[in-house]
Ligand binder design. Structure first.
Ligand code: ATP
Ligand code: MG
Length: 428
C-alpha cells in the first residue's frame, strides 16, 4: 500500500470514528436528559400524592396548590403546613416511590417552618420491604411518637444522594454500547499501529534490497568488463594488461566475498547463538589497534582522531574479537557519516563498576525522530535513492546486541549537522 493511501485510510477512519463518538455522546446526553425529566416528573407527582395523603391522614380538608418545590437537581421541598408524623411520611414515601418504580435511596427531613430547624430525618434504602407488597395505596400506617411541637407548621424535604448513579444505571444499554465503541476505538488504534509498523518494516526491507543490489552491481559489472577484456584473443600478447585485469577481478571478487560474509555474519547473528569468549582485555590497547587499522581510510579523507583515554584500570573482562568489531563499527560510522574531513574524538572514562568508551564525531548527526530506530536491524536513515554512503544498516544492531550480551548499555547523543556521540558502558 502506498503511503498516501494509508494516510487517506487513517484520516477517513479517524473522521468517521470521531463522528460516531460524537453522535454517541450526543445521544447519551439526550437519553440522560429524557430520563432525568421523567424521573423529576415522577418524583414530583409522588411527593404531591404523599402530601395529599398526609393531609387526608390528618383529616385536614384543605387542598394544596403546588406543594412540591425542586430546590436542586436531587433535592425537593414539600410544604404541608400541618403536622407530619415521621413514620407515616416514610411509609407514604416508600409506597409512592415504589408504585412509580423510583427505586433510589433517599433521605428525608421534617422541618419546623417557624425555626427552619430539622426535627426529624432518616435515610431510606431502596429495597422492597414486606409490608409494601400488600396494597400500598389503601394501607393506613400506625402513628409514631414524633414530638408534636406547634401544630400546622411543618414541611419536609427529600434528598436523593445517588440520583446520578441511578440515572446512569437506568441507561445501561447506553453504557454497554459506549463500552463496545471504546473497544472498537482501541482496536482501531492498534490496527493503525500495526499497519504503520509493517509499512516501516517493508520499507526497511526494500531499502536493504536496493542497497545490496547497488553494492553488488559495481563489482559484478567490473568483473564482467574485465573478463570480457581477458577473453579477447590478443590479450595473451600483452601480459601486463592481462595481469592488470586478472588483479581487478581478483580484488573485486575479494570485496564481494567480504561483503557477503559481512552481511551473513551480522544479519544472522542473534542473541541465542552469540557466544562470548571473555578474557582480560586492555581497552586502551584495543582502541589503539582499531585506530591504527582505520588510519589508511582516515588519511584518504584527511581526518584526524584525538584520543582522550582517561580511564585508569583499563583491563576489563570481555570478548576481544567482538569488542574490536564494536569499536570498529562505531569508528567506521563516525568516518562514514562525516561530510568533510572527519574529526573524531575517542574518550574512555572510569565508572562505578565499569568503563565507558565514547566515540564522538562532528558529522551529519542524526535527527531525533530517527534516533530510536538506528539500532534496528537493516535500518538506515533514509536519504532517498542516494547511495553515496555504503552500508546495510547492520553495524549498530550488532553493536547493541553485543553491548547487551556484555550487560552494558549504549547511549547516543546527536544533533543534526553538529555531530554524534556514542557512549558504551561496559562493566569490568
Ligand atoms: P553497516 O554498518 O552495516 O555497514 P550502516 O553504517 O548504514 O551500515 P549502522 O552502522 O547500523 O548501519 O547505522 C545505522 C544508521 O545510523 C546509518 O545508516 C546512519 O544513517 C546512522 N548513523 C550511524 N552512525 C552515525 C553517525 N556517527 N553519524 C550520523 N549518522 C549515523
Ligand atoms: Mg555502520
Amino acid at each position: 500500500m502506498k503511503r498516501s493511501t494509508i494516510q487517506l485510510v487513517i484520516v477517513l477512519a479517524t473522521v468517521s470514528l470521531t463522528g460516531i463518538i460524537i453522535i454517541q455522546i450526543l445521544w447519551f446526553q439526550k437519553a440522560f436528559a429524557l430520563k432525568e425529566t421523567q424521573l423529576n416528573q415522577s418524583i414530583q407527582v409522588s411527593l404531591k400524592n404523599v402530601a395529599e395523603k398526609i393531609l387526608f391522614y390528618n383529616n385536614n380538608p384543605s387542598t394544596l396548590v403546588n406543594p412540591v418545590n425542586q430546590v436542586a437537581s436531587n433535592y425537593y421541598i414539600v410544604m404541608i403546613n400541618d403536622v407530619i408524623d415521621a413514620k407515616v411520611l416514610e411509609l407514604y414515601l416508600k409506597q409512592e416511590f415504589e408504585h412509580r418504580e423510583i427505586l433510589i435511596d433517599f433521605e428525608y427531613g421534617i422541618y419546623d417552618c417557624s425555626t427552619q430547624k430539622m426535627v426529624y430525618g432518616n435515610y431510606v434504602k431502596a429495597i422492597k420491604t414486606a409490608y409494601e407488597k400488600g396494597e400500598p395505596q389503601s394501607q393506613k400506617p400506625q402513628p409514631t411518637v414524633l414530638p408534636i411541637l406547634n401544630r400546622e407548621n411543618y414541611y419536609f424535604g427529600v434528598y436523593f444522594p445517588t440520583r446520578n448513579e441511578y440515572l446512569i444505571g437506568e441507561l445501561d444499554m447506553w453504557v454497554f454500547t459506549s463500552l463496545i465503541l471504546l473497544i472498537v476505538v482501541i482496536f482501531f488504534a492498534y490496527t493503525i499501529f500495526v499497519i504503520l509498523k509493517q509499512k516501516r518494516l517493508s520499507e526497511i526491507q526494500t531499502d536493504f534490497i536496493n542497497n545490496m543490489t547497488h553494492e553488488f552491481k559495481t563489482p559484478i559489472s567490473t568483473i564482467s568488463i574485465s573478463s570480457e577484456v581477458l577473453m579477447k584473443p590478443n590479450i595473451i600478447e600483452n601480459p601486463e594488461r592481462l595481469l592488470n585485469y586478472a588483479t581487478i577481478i581478483h580484488n573485486e571478487n575479494k570485496r564481494l566475498k567480504n561483503q557477503v560474509e559481512h552481511i551473513l555474519q551480522m544479519a544472522t547473528l542473534t542473541k541465542e547463538d552469540l557466544q562470548l569468549h571473555k578474557e582480560a582485555l586492555d581497552v586502551h590497547e584495543l582502541i589503539h589497534k582499531v585506530v591504527r587499522n582505520q588510519e589508511v581510510t582516515l588519511k584518504k579523507f584527511g581526518g584526524t582522531i584525538r584520543l582522550h583515554l582517561d580511564s585508569q584500570p583499563v583491563v576489563i573482562h570481555a570478548d576481544s574479537l567482538h569488542l574490536t568489531n564494536m569499536i570498529y563499527n562505531l569508528l567506521d560510522n563516525a568516518i562514514k557519516y562525516s561530510r568533510e574531513a572527519p574529526q573524531i574524538d575517542i574518550y574512555t572514562e572510569n565508572k562505578k563498576n565499569g568503563i565507558t568508551i565514547a566515540i564522538a564525531d562532528q558529522g551529519i548527526g542524526i535527527a531525533p525522530e530517527t534516533k530510536r530506530h538506528i539500532f534496528d536491524k537493516f535500518y538506515r536513515v533514509p536519504k532517498g535513492d542516494v547511495h553515496d554512503v555504503k552500508g546495510f544498516g547492520l553495524g549498530l544492531n550488532y553493536v547493541k546486541l553485543l553491548v547487551d550480551a556484555h550487560k552494558g548499555n549504549i547511549k547516543v547523543e546527536s544533533e543534526l549537522g553538529k555531530g554524534t556521540k556514542f557512549t558504551i558502558y561496559l562493566p569490568f
